[in-house]
Design a protein around this ligand. Structure first.
Ligand SMILES: Cc1ncc(COP(=O)(O)O)c(C=O)c1O
Length: 423
């Protein structure tokens, strides 16, 4: 398996939509073959269309708020003592997370295809919030599928989705989390695809959704590259890009523009959710060597039992609580372009406390996983190493912060972990 230079990774799949000959594809019911083919034709045409790209860039700049900040975390760097720690504050984007890029592009595509309704899945609620915002902006009706457990733990985002006029459809099946929300959303699309467009909230699903999402979030690394050159005069000689990995949309978007650099110069580190320290459950299929299986229309490494049934995950972070992973990341892992590891719930919380103690930054629980590994590894790096962490979601709203902390305390009590960990 080989990564080609000079060809965008989203376009390195074969005719059947498989990366590396085995990841991705289109495992969908017969009724979806035509709508998926139509979407593929539309996307392949528009991604080369200058007017469409200008339209996308106009909304990214004037509505999403690109470019987001690239800042040095001076106090944290001093405290850790080692590499320079920087952050790309993607949570500056309208709505507070990277999900806005994919949502915006899907709404633009829906408008071009003449659809009046768009449906989507959500875990942490960010994808749903962003899709509801974009749908409102572009005059589309919007339906968001969300696991009942996630509805409970992500109330501020649920309220935001409803405020934007979208319908929230609770999903009570399975583990009542993201995996079930995606399944239910896809079922709805199967029955309504003639009138309804679907936005998959990450680089997962049938191949075309993986490609659209990766194309959209790549805005993050385009901005970062310019910002690095502005700051250092060129792309640094020792650059390390840390990103949390759920389905894989923020990490892919954060890395894409640097894909052709040698990994000795520019290393990619993906941090999955290791779950509670004392639990066997996790949401880290790449780190813990899960086998290949089919989930949500695509072949990928996925947590499964010996019968091939998808296994339940556990993570304090709703956005990372997903048993599978993008085919793009399976490909990056097997070609050894990216390195994957995991942070436990407790490690993510500790990192959250450290970052918020030293910096004016409030990463949500998802990027706190990436901060955890970045902080740990930065200690042993030289001072000329530039570590950049994608702070892809915020925890800035007071209510969000309160809920996060309550959630954390409850979680830690459940695990009988010492309370001192939070202080
Ligand atoms: C803020 C935030 N970060 C990260 C993720 C993980 O998703 P992905 O790996 O697709 O970026 C989510 C998912 O909901 C999220 O809301």
């Amino acid at each position: 398996m080989r990564l080609k230079k000079g060809v965008p990774v989203i376009d390195q799949g074969d005719k059947l939509g498989f990366w590396g000959g085995k990841f991705g594809g289109n495992f969908v019911p017969e009724t979806l073959k035509k709508p998926i083919e139509d979407l593929e034709i539309l996307f392949n045409k528009l991604k080369k269309d200058k007017n469409f790209i200008n339209e996308r860039d106009k909304y990214f700049k004037n509505w999403v708020g690109s470019p987001t900040r690239f800042i040095k975390l001076k106090n944290l760097t001093e405290y850790v003592g080692g590499a320079q720690i920087w952050s790309k504050v993607v949570s500056d984007a309208n709505g507070g997370a990277h999900k806005i890029y994919n949502a915006t592009v899907h709404c633009l595509l829906a408008k071009r295809s003449g659809k009046k309704v768009i449906c989507g899945d959500t875990g942490a609620g960010y994808a749903g919030k962003m899709l509801s915002m974009a749908a409102k902006k572009f005059g589309l009706k919007c339906k968001i599928f969300m696991g009942a457990k996630d509805i409970q733990r992500q109330q501020p985002n649920v309220r935001a989705i409803k405020k934007n006029g979208a319908e929230v459809i609770p999903v009570y099946s399975g583990s009542q989390t993201l995996v079930d929300a995606v399944s239910e959303c896809m079922r709805y699309w199967v029955a309504n695809c003639d009138k309804v467009a679907m936005c998959v909230g990450s680089t997962v699903g049938p191949a075309v959704f993986v490609r659209i999402c990766g194309w959209s979030t790549s805005q993050i690394s385009r901005e970062l590259k310019t910002q690095l050159v502005d700051e250092f005069g060129s792309v640094p000689k020792k650059l390390k890009l840390y990103n949390c990995v759920g389905g894989g949309s923020s990490s892919f978007g954060f890395w894409n523009e640097f894909m052709d650099y040698d990994k000795k110069q520019c290393e990619f580190i993906g941090v999955e959710a290791g779950g509670p320290a004392k639990s066997k459950k996790h949401a880290a299929p790449l780190t813990y060597g899960s086998k290949i299986g089919i989930l949500h229309g695509a072949a990928q490494y996925v947590n499964q039992n010996t019968d091939g049934q998808i296994e339940e995950t556990e993570s304090i972070s709703a956005g990372l609580d997903y048993p599978g992973i993008s085919p793009l990341h399976c490909f990056l892992k097997d070609t050894k372009r990216a390195r994957y590891t995991a942070a436990s719930d407790e490690e993510a919380l500790r990192a959250y406390k450290l970052v918020t103690k030293f910096e004016k930054l409030r990463p949500s629980l998802e990027p706190s996983h990436a901060f955890s590994v970045a902080i740990k590894e930065s200690r042993r790096f030289s001072k000329d190493t530039i570590v950049v962490v994608n702070s892809c979601g915020n925890n800035r709203e007071k209510i969000g912060k309160k809920i996060c902390l309550i959630q954390s305390v409850m979680h830690l009590k459940k695990l009988k972990v010492k309370k001192g960990l939070l202080c």
